[in-house]
Design a protein around this ligand. Structure first.
Ligand code: IPM
Ligand code: MG
Length: 357
């Protein structure tokens, strides 16, 4: 976390598909928010994903890795697209993102999901179900079947390894309990402990960590049952603590509660620089048309201001500006409206300027 008044160093990895479009709007907002605090910003752009493959032959060039390591925070748009889908696994755009997460050591991925009053009818779920939803998925990001070895193929067989170590579970569980303390003091830990050994370890360690937090209620729930409750009674959740793969799936499911996946930010935190990205993908079907919703990336900038740049007041201002434009009815096509990506960015900038007066 930056303290004092030295320039905030942010690396921007716009990536593929709608990544560059949504990042452009988020950067306008970041610049305005930082300037309002009379702080300085040093922005560097670097390549990742398919864009990096096209330019350098690999999805995570050394120059990108080095720039990100020495930054205060990294903003990422999205990676991937059909053009690169046929590449061998080690060369795919997604590998760039996974490698970056590993490089930065960002083991805790925070995905807050809130059903805003103005958007209750944007969700395919009934208003009375989503109303009041305010939860955060804390997803473990550096282990599980995503990174486990061995993995590969032999003959007609393909395999990945689902694995967790005690320290890996302990550190992410600690983050979840600390977050719960600042919220409604309730952690629901996700596993499949009726079947998987890895889940039995997960459950043991989470229970152990929870003993240091007697003021926080802890439940364990199987992932299949939780997937159902997430759309049946979402208001019963506060902090959902999940291993990497289950967290990936559940956070997309939770996005329907907010009204559009285009709204949701994420913060990935470890010991070093934080990584901030919208939870949506590169949306190749709408890329280049200027209709993507930039609010998930703009909200990610708010998380960055809060967790990595030491500017919590600026973070709150950005969040309020997003609330305000939605309250006023600003809508991109994913929310049933017709605003362009840059119109939506301008609306948020106007709301920020308005709040500053
Ligand atoms: C996400 C994405 C990534 C993941 C992909 C693009 C590798 O789905 O951030 O949720 O699975 O972690
Ligand atoms: Mg995902």
């Amino acid at each position: 976390m930056v303290d004092g008044n030295r320039p905030r160093r942010v690396v921007v990895l716009a990536g593929d598909g709608i990544g560059p479009e949504v990042c452009a709007e988020a950067l306008r907002v970041l610049e305005a928010a930082v300037a309002h605090e009379r702080a300085a910003l040093e922005l560097t752009h670097a390549l990742i994903g398919g864009a990096a493959i096209d330019a350098t032959g690999g999805p995570l060039p050394d120059a990108t890795r080095d720039a990100c390591r020495s930054a205060d925070a990294v903003l990422l748009g999205a990676v991937g697209g059909p053009r690169w889908d046929t590449l061998p696994p080690e060369l795919r755009p997604e590998k760039g993102l996974l490698g970056l997460r590993k490089t930065l050591g960002v083991y805790a991925n925070l995905r807050p999901v809130r059903a805003r009053a103005a958007l209750l009818d944007a969700s395919p779920l009934r208003r009375e179900i989503v109303e009041g939803t305010d939860l955060v998925v804390v997803r473990e990001l550096l282990s599980d079947v995503y990174f486990g070895t061995p993995r590969g193929r032999s003959g007609d067989r393909a395999y990945n390894t689902m694995e967790y170590t005690v320290p890996e579970v302990r550190r992410v569980a600690t983050v979840a309990f600390n977050i719960a303390r600042a919220r409604r003091r309730h952690v629901t830990s996700v596993d499949k402990a009726n079947v998987l050994e890895v889940s039995r370890l997960w459950r043991e360690v989470v229970t152990e960590v929870g003993k240091a937090y007697p003021d926080v209620a802890l439940d364990h729930q199987y992932v299949d049952s939780l997937a159902m409750d997430l759309v049946r009674k979402p208001t019963s959740f506060d902090v959902v603590l999940a291993p990497n793969l289950f967290g990936d799936i559940l956070s997309d499911e939770a996005a329907v509660l907010a009204g559009s996946i285009g709204l949701l930010p994420s913060a990935s935190l470890g010991e070093g620089p934080g990584l901030y990205e919208p939870i949506h993908g590169s949306a190749p079907d709408i890329a280049g048309r200027g209709i993507a919703n930039p609010l998930g990336t703009i909200a990610s900038v708010a998380e960055m201001l809060r967790h990595s740049l030491g500017l919590p007041a600026a973070a709150d201002r950005v969040d309020r500006a997003v609330d305000r434009v939605l309250d006023e009815g600003a809508r991109t096509p994913d929310l049933g409206g017709s605003l362009s990506t840059s119109d939506m960015g301008s609306r948020v900038l106007d709301a920020l300027a308005h709040a500053a007066r």
